[in-house]
Design a protein around this ligand. Structure first.
Ligand SMILES: [Zn+2]
Length: 344
């Protein structure tokens, strides 16, 4: 019987008792920065039911011109990225509705709706034109600050131009309109024409370095800090081989009658040299399967792996199956997750 071992690497759960861990801040150069001087301060623009279900996928690119630098002098950004991308788990989560909220009190000065979610993946530039932000809201705050929220879900707009909002007022839902490859909200903070990073207080073009002071009101979760990671951001079982696109949707769950059983996991913020290890074990009659990937040859914003086996000529063995996903960095296991499911 041919083995079904189909690792996939892509540049880019809540079921069965998922274990979540988040590693502490890894990059020495960036610790959480205290808030300095008085003035407008911002809350997170996304109301996650659990902050662990939201991650910062991309930080601000503080480098001017070519080259990239996130606030921790790392590369968790891309060229000319002017805001912070708060990512949610997957499309089903988006469809349930995750509110995007005003980060501070102010007046809504611009609103756009009507752009299709997923248009960038489906039709690219031809469809979105120069409307990279997609459906968006801009808010004018005190002291010359303005915030912009992008990729909002079509038809979810809850505010109108001229409306006064408070910190936490729902604006719309997280979507993937405009130039978005996954559901997230992009937030840009501008003051007097300068685009600012909320974690360090530094402006785009200044490059990374000593933080000037956090613009956040209070503490933000450690796993949102620049340099944090790596993370496991969704894992599970499926009835067939998966792709990045299918795990974003949530693939069909296995039953004993399925053609196969697969275990998958998606890692985020991986670095050169990281090793991903993934295993699937099961009840008697199921031959365990696992693989250890080659060390990554470059940093990866995200990467997905899966292993699995096809059913033989009879139903998959009944009992408990266990998937395990590990990330090994410099010889140490820095992430170790497992999940079980029972086929009856
Ligand atoms: Zn963005």
């Amino acid at each position: 019987m041919k083995k079904l071992i189909l690792p996939i690497l892509i540049i880019f759960p809540l079921t069965f008792g998922v274990l979540w861990f988040f590693t502490s801040d890894k990059r020495e150069s960036f610790a959480a920065v205290p808030v300095v001087d008085e003035g407008v301060r911002f809350i997170a623009p996304i109301a996650c039911d659990d902050p662990r279900n939201c991650i910062v996928q991309n930080h601000v690119d503080l480098a001017l011109g070519e080259g990239i630098s996130d606030p921790s002098c790392g590369n968790r950004t891309y060229d000319d990225h002017q805001g912070v991308d708060f990512r949610i788990l997957d499309l089903p989560t988006m469809l349930r509705g995750v509110p995007v909220v005003a980060s501070a009190a102010g007046e809504v000065v611009r609103v756009r709706d009507g752009e299709y979610d997923g248009a960038w993946l489906a039709q690219g530039r031809e469809q979105i034109g120069d409307r990279d932000c997609g459906n968006g809201v801009a808010i004018q705050h005190d002291d010359g600050y303005e915030t912009l929220y992008c990729h909002l879900r079509r038809g979810s707009m809850k505010v109108t131009e001229g409306q006064r909002v408070e910190a936490g007022t729902p604006l719309a839902d997280v979507g993937m309109s405009g130039r978005a490859e996954f559901p997230h909200v992009h937030m840009t903070i501008t003051k007097e024409g300068k685009k600012l990073d909320p974690f360090s207080g530094r402006a785009i073009g200044e490059g990374c370095g000593d933080a000037k002071g956090s613009l956040w009101a209070g503490n933000v979760p450690p796993h949102w800090q620049p340099g944090a990671g790596p993370f496991m951001f969704k894992m599970g079982f499926a009835a067939e081989p998966v792709s990045l696109a299918s795990i974003e949707r949530s693939p069909a769950l296995p039953t004993r009658a399925s053609k196969a059983i697969v275990f998958y996991a998606r890692g985020v913020a991986l670095e050169t040299g990281d090793v991903q290890k993934i295993d699937l074990t099961g009840p008697e009659g199921f031959q365990p399967v696992g693989m250890e990937a080659k060390p990554l040859e470059s940093d990866k914003a995200q990467a997905m792996r899966f292993v699995g086996r096809p059913a033989k000529d009879e139903p998959l063995p009944a009992g408990e199956y266990r998937g395990r996903y590990q990330i090994i960095r410099n010889g140490d296991v820095v992430l170790d997750y497992w999940q079980t499911t029972v086929l009856e």
